[in-house]
Design a protein around this ligand. Structure first.
Ligand SMILES: [Zn+2]
Length: 423
C-alpha cells in the first residue's frame, strides 16, 4: 500500500551527475532547523526511557488498572511540559480514564494531538513478549501501536516547551483508553473536541522498513462496522432425542459460509466472520448461536449495500428447517478521509522531511481503523494521521519500533507544529 516518491533524490543525482542546476535544486531543500534537530537528537534517550516505562505497563483495552497507570504517566509528562491536565471517565466500555491536556499560548491556531494508550494484548503478554532491545529495533507489546506515538507526542511537546514556543492559541492533547475496541467510550469526545480545533495530528505508527520502502503519513482509513449473525434453533437431548432438536450451530456455520464472499462484489466494503459462539452444553443440541463479522468501509454508504445483500442471502435459504436467522450491521468508527486540506498539511510535512534528506510518502488509504475518523467526522478540522514511530507487528507478535525513526519523527512533529503556528 505504501508508495514512495523518489523524485527529489533522482532529480538531485541527475543534477549532480550533469553538474547543472545545483543551485536551483538546493533552494528547493531548506536547511534543517539546527536547534530543533539538536533538541530531537538530545531527546532520543529520554524517548527510549519513556517507551520502556510504558511498555512495562500492560494496558490491554480491558485492563483498567494498567490503563490508569498509563494515564498517570501521560499526565505527569504533560504537566512537565506545562499543560493543565484533566481525566474523564470513558462514557462506555471498561471504565478507564481519558487524559486531556491543554495549554494556552499567544498565537492564533488551535491544535489538537491525539493518541491511544490501550493495546490489543491479553494480561500476561510481557511474560512471553518482554521489552527487548535488538540493534535498531526495540520490541514490546504496544510499543508501536501506540506507545511510540505517545512517546513522540510527549517528547515533542517538551522540546517545544523548553524552546519557549508559544505560537498557538490552544494546544490540546487527548489520549484515549479504548481505541482498540472502537473508541466506544471516547469517540464522541474526540469528534466534538476536534471540532473546536483547526488542526488535528494523530499519532498512530508508520510502517517499518521490513514492510515499506519509507515512512509515510496517512490520509485515509477504513471505517469499521460489526455484523451480528444470530440463529435460534431448538434444544434437545443430544444423546436421547437429537432428532427433536434444530441445531443452531450447524445453521450458523452454513450462513457464515454462504455469506463469506458477499462483500467481494460490493465496492468499498469488506466482511470477515471472526467470532462464533454457541450456547452449549455439550450434551444439548445447540439452541442459540451467534457470529460476529468485522466490516471495513472505505466508501461511505457501502455498508448499507452489504446489509441488504446479507439479508437477501439469508432469506434465500437455510440448512436446518425451523431455525430462524437474523443479521444486523452496526457502524462503529467512521471512515477517515483527509481531503484536500489534509493533503496540503501532509505536503508541508513532506517538505520538512526533505530538510533531513528523507522522503515521506503519503498513503491514501489503509484497511486499519483510526480515531482520525472521529476527529475528521464533521470535516471541520484538518486531520492527518501517522505521526508515530516506524514499527511492525502490531496486533500480532514481536511488535517493534525502529530506533532510527525517533529523531526524524521528533523533528517532523516539532517543526510542523511551529509551521502550523505561523499561519
Ligand atoms: Zn493504534
Amino acid at each position: 500500500m505504501t508508495m514512495r516518491t523518489s523524485s527529489f533524490f533522482s532529480l538531485r543525482s541527475v543534477a549532480l551527475a550533469c553538474g547543472l542546476a545545483l543551485g536551483a535544486v538546493a533552494t528547493a531543500q531548506a536547511a534543517p532547523d539546527a536547534k530543533l534537530l539538536a533538541a530531537a537528537e538530545k531527546a532520543q534517550p529520554a524517548v527510549i526511557d519513556n517507551l520502556k516505562e510504558m511498555v512495562s505497563i500492560e494496558s490491554g483495552s480491558l485492563n483498567v488498572e494498567g490503563l490508569m497507570k498509563m494515564a498517570d504517566v501521560i499526565e505527569g509528562r504533560l504537566k512537565a511540559a506545562g499543560f493543565k491536565t484533566e481525566r474523564r471517565k470513558a462514557s462506555a466500555g471498561a471504565g478507564a480514564d481519558i487524559v486531556i491536556g491543554t495549554i494556552k499560548g499567544t498565537g492564533k491556531r488551535k491544535i489538537m494531538l491525539q493518541g491511544h494508550m490501550d493495546t490489543v494484548y491479553a494480561p500476561g503478554i510481557l511474560n512471553s513478549q518482554p521489552y527487548k532491545v535488538d540493534g535498531n529495533r526495540i520490541y514490546g507489546p504496544g510499543i508501536a501501536d501506540d506507545k511510540g506515538g505517545l512517546a513522540v507526542m510527549m517528547a515533542s511537546l517538551k522540546i517545544l516547551a523548553d524552546a519557549g514556543w508559544r505560537d498557538y492559541d490552544t494546544l490540546t492533547v487527548l489520549v484515549n483508553p479504548d481505541e482498540e475496541v472502537g473508541s466506544v467510550g471516547s469517540g464522541e469526545l474526540i469528534a466534538t473536541t476536534a471540532d473546536l480545533h483547526d488542526t488535528v495530528l494523530s499519532f498512530e505508527p508508520t510502517a517499518a522498513k521490513a514492510v515499506a520502502k519509507g515512512e509515510s503519513l496517512l490520509l485515509g482509513a477504513a471505517g469499521i462496522a460489526q455484523a451480528t449473525l444470530e440463529v435460534k434453533g431448538r434444544a434437545a437431548h443430544a444423546g436421547a432425542a437429537p432428532e427433536l432438536g434444530r441445531n443452531a450451530l450447524y445453521e450458523l456455520s452454513y450462513q457464515m459460509l454462504q455469506t463469506k464472499d458477499l462483500a467481494k462484489d460490493i465496492p468499498g466494503v469488506t466482511l470477515n466472520w471472526t467470532v462464533a459462539r454457541a450456547t452449549g452444553p455439550i450434551n444439548q443440541i445447540t439452541e442459540k448461536a451467534q457470529a460476529l463479522g468485522d466490516i471495513r468501509i472505505t466508501q461511505p454508504g457501502a455498508e448499507k449495500k452489504l446489509t441488504e445483500a446479507l439479508q437477501a442471502k439469508i432469506a434465500s435459504g437455510k440448512l436446518i428447517p425451523d431455525t430462524e436467522t437474523t443479521v444486523k450491521v452496526e457502524v462503529g468508527r467512521p471512515a477517515f478521509v483527509a481531503g484536500a486540506k489534509g493533503r496540503a498539511l501532509a505536503e508541508k510535512a513532506q517538505a520538512i522531511y526533505k530538510e533531513l534528506d528523507r522522503e515521506l510518502a503519503l498513503t491514501p488509504m489503509t484497511g486499519g481503523g483510526t480515531d482520525a475518523g472521529f476527529a475528521g467526522r464533521s470535516g471541520k478540522a484538518t486531520v492527518v494521521e501517522s505521526f508515530g514511530l516506524a514499527g511492525f507487528g502490531y496486533h500480532a507478535r514481536d511488535e517493534y519500533i525502529e530506533v532510527d525513526s525517533i529523531v526524524p519523527r521528533l523533528y517532523l512533529v516539532t517543526r510542523l507544529l511551529t509551521e502550523i503556528g505561523k499561519n
